[in-house]
Design a protein around this ligand. Structure first.
Ligand SMILES: [Fe+2]
Ligand SMILES: [Fe+2]
Length: 369
């Protein structure tokens, strides 16, 4: 298939250059005070009359595993832990260390250590807030999959994921309310991505957007925070959530591998473009523009400095370490003369292609049962 059949960047992500900062910052959340947000869900609900359990053994195994691995966010986590926000934000503090060397003439010129600590605490709160909003996206997407996927084993499994995601929203919300005194509104780039996923009428696009892209990134991000946080409550919370997330990503890989084997080149091309769009939206979100605004600094003034920081760039590339091998396993990297491979190369994340995919990895991340 010819590469010129692919849509241009401008048609997929609304800008020609993936690093066009002005274009990225022009997208901001204008509805921060809205109490609800309505998205058109265009999909058909599908009944199946084929009730043969285990027709897809890998999905059946995952379903049985999920039934045994349920935990209770109220009673299984040490909520009486005293949380020290400053100590917890040490990981976030590190991400600003690399850009402190040469701050003359920048908005950080007169930043004191106290300001950096405040910035780190805000950044920590923002990150956990986006996790929480993403979890609600997962809750809604997975409820949709129960309706739209045509296979009974997948409907069964997805129903357990709905319960998992409810628990994830619940524990992040409780942590933010009780231990961090509140949360940030959803980031505009994340919101745009979740809206696009829910909008799409094709059942596999929900999986691709949520289980492969959003949850693939979440699994990597939770993993870093889980290893680095000194807070025993957050550590355990993330360990429990990750053990569920690994199954969720495996669910996406196992379901789509079968389906994508039958798709035409033109259909695969649409999936590749969607995966690229999702990757860019998630990357745009990393700029944390709302945190800078809250610190009284215009994002356009500070982000060029942030983007120069190499350590930060490397850390963010690592967040794609689950997504790239999983896309490879699904055949998306190399379909259509390797279009997505080229895109992931431009994004600086192709080096993860041979890392472990998540089809089986969930076995090693078990937290309970
Ligand atoms: Fe989740
Ligand atoms: Fe999940």
């Amino acid at each position: 298939m010819a590469l010129d059949e692919y849509a241009a960047n401008a048609d997929i992500i609304g800008r020609a250059e993936i690093n066009d900062l002005e274009a990225i910052l022009s997208v901001s959340n204008t509805d921060v005070d809205e109490a609800i947000h309505v998205v058109q869900d265009n999909a058909d609900a599908i009944f199946t009359w084929d009730y043969e359990k285990g027709a897809r053994p890998a999905l059946n195994k995952l379903y049985e595993k999920a039934k045994r691995a349920q935990w209770n966010g109220e009673t299984d986590l040490p909520w009486d832990t005293d949380v020290d926000l400053e100590k917890n934000a040490a990981l976030q503090r590190l991400q600003f260390a690399g850009m402190q060397a040469d701050v003359a003439g920048t908005p950080l010129e007169h930043f004191t250590e106290d300001d950096f600590i405040k910035l780190s605490i805000e950044s920590d709160n923002w990150t956990l807030s986006q996790f929480m909003h993403g979890e609600q996206g997962a809750l809604i997407c997975t409820a949709k999959i129960v309706e739209t996927v045509p296979w009974i084993d997948a409907k069964y499994y997805a129903s357990t994921q709905v319960m998992d995601e409810a628990r994830h929203v619940e524990v992040f919300a409780k942590y933010l309310q009780e231990k961090q005194n509140g949360y940030y509104p959803i980031n505009a780039h994340l919101k745009m991505l979740l809206d696009d996923i829910i909008n799409d009428s094709r059942w596999d696009m929900t999986y691709l957007g949520m289980q492969i892209m959003v949850e693939g990134l979440a699994l990597a991000a939770f993993g870093f925070m889980q290893q680095m946080t000194p807070d025993p409550l957050l550590k355990q919370l993330l360990r429990y959530v990750m053990s569920d997330e690994a199954r969720h990503v495996a669910f996406g890989v196992l379901s789509l591998k079968e389906y994508y084997a039958e798709l035409s080149h033109a259909e695969l091309r649409e999936r590749q473009e969607f995966a690229f769009e999702a990757a860019i939206r998630m990357r745009d979100r990393f700029l944390q523009q709302e945190v800078w605004e809250r610190m009284g600094i215009k994002p356009a003034d500070i982000l060029p400095l942030v983007l120069q920081d190499e350590g930060r760039g490397m850390f963010q590339q690592m967040l794609f370490s689950k997504i790239v091998p999983n896309c490879k396993k699904l055949g998306l990297l190399d379909a259509g003369e390797g279009w997505l491979r080229t895109k992931f190369t431009e994004m600086g994340v192709i080096q993860f292609e041979d890392w472990q995919d998540t089809g089986e990895e969930y076995e090693s991340l078990q937290a309970t049962g």
